[in-house]
Design a protein around this ligand. Structure first.
Ligand SMILES: C[S@@+](CC[C@H](N)C(=O)[O-])C[C@H]1O[C@@H](n2cnc3c(N)ncnc32)[C@H](O)[C@@H]1O
Length: 285
């Protein structure tokens, strides 16, 4: 019987191209977005990044492109810069998660494959007939997944980034959820006050850095009888989940509403050592 040839590892591919002592510091692919692999190149490997990128392509046959992170996520659109270090120099791809496909451009609209379980969790909570407002929708991973799973749910998907809304429109077509997801370009607060007051059974607020500043818009979008808010934030060593719950309760009360019950409060993912993105699911009256 013919023995299958074993794939060389990244370190094996690079053993003659990098100083030996650096081989143990080689990065793993941090994120797979469609056929793009995203890596974080440690500063001491910076000058070798292109050979590393090409070697990563050889060890991951499904990848077309390797991008290196070239900065932190920043700005109102929550974007980061990338440098192409292997394969086709592109930032656009199609990413699949939980039976949905998403046009993504990692340099022009926020998308993280690390949130896929959260997209799935929220979509599975939505009931038929619900009206959902996604205040910070990005390219639509929550909105499209909800619409794909629930025939009679209606989702209003708001984002301030025109590129995100353009990709969301493509994703509505790609996933055949026309008429069920309503893309709206604009600032969440302004859109709620002009078009989406009192409409929602459920509001998704995935802008963890500053969601607390939009609790007024979240409360206003909910139906007068109340509903569910999915509120995202970050915990740090000095800002615990309990702190976040307290600040959230205060903000809700300031807007004339009340937290009836926290249904679920958990870490969604680790974002740095001792830092987590967390979610609070709260029933609001
Ligand atoms: C962290 S991303 C989340 C995207 C999406 N929910 C997801 O899970 O991939 C936050 C999004 O909020 C958008 N955003 C930031 N400020 C906004 C505002 N004032 N009104 C509406 N959208 C905003 C950004 O453009 C970005 O796409």
């Amino acid at each position: 019987m013919l023995e299958k040839k074993k794939q060389p590892s990244l370190a094996q591919l690079l053993e003659n191209k990098l100083p030996k002592h650096l081989l143990s510091t080689l990065p793993h692919v941090a994120d797979f977005v469609g056929d793009i692999g995203i890596v974080e190149i440690p500063s001491k490997l910076e000058r070798y990044k292109n050979v590393i990128g090409e070697a990563i392509l050889q060890t991951n046959k499904n990848l077309q492109t390797v991008l290196a992170k070239a900065g932190a996520v920043s700005g109102p659109y929550r974007l980061r810069e990338f440098t192409a270090i292997g394969g086709v120099p592109k930032t656009e791809t199609v990413h699949s998660e939980y039976g949905c496909r998403f046009h993504v451009d990692v340099a022009r609209a926020y998308f993280s494959p690390r949130l896929s379980h959260e997209h799935d969790r929220i979509a599975s909570l939505v009931q038929e007939g619900e009206s959902v407002v996604d205040l910070f929708a990005g390219v639509g991973p929550f909105a499209v997944m909800i619409a794909k799973r629930r025939q009679t749910a209606r989702v209003y998907a708001v984002d301030i980034n025109p590129e995100a809304i353009a990709l969301l429109k493509k994703n509505i077509r790609l996933n055949r959820v026309y008429g069920k997801v309503h893309p709206i370009l604009g600032d969440a607060r302004q859109v709620v006050s002009s078009r989406l007051a009192d409409v929602a059974d459920r509001v998704i607020m995935n802008l963890p850095e500053t969601a607390i500043e939009f609790v007024d818009a979240g409360c206003r979008a909910l139906k007068p009888e109340g509903g569910i808010l999915h509120f995202y934030s970050f915990t740090t060593a000095s800002h615990s989940l309990e702190n976040i719950k307290n600040v959230f309760v205060e903000a809700v009360e300031k807007n004339g509403r009340k937290v009836d019950q926290f249904l679920y409060c958990r870490s969604v993912r680790e974002t740095a050592p001792h830092e987590h993105q967390v979610v609070l699911d709260a029933r609001i009256l």
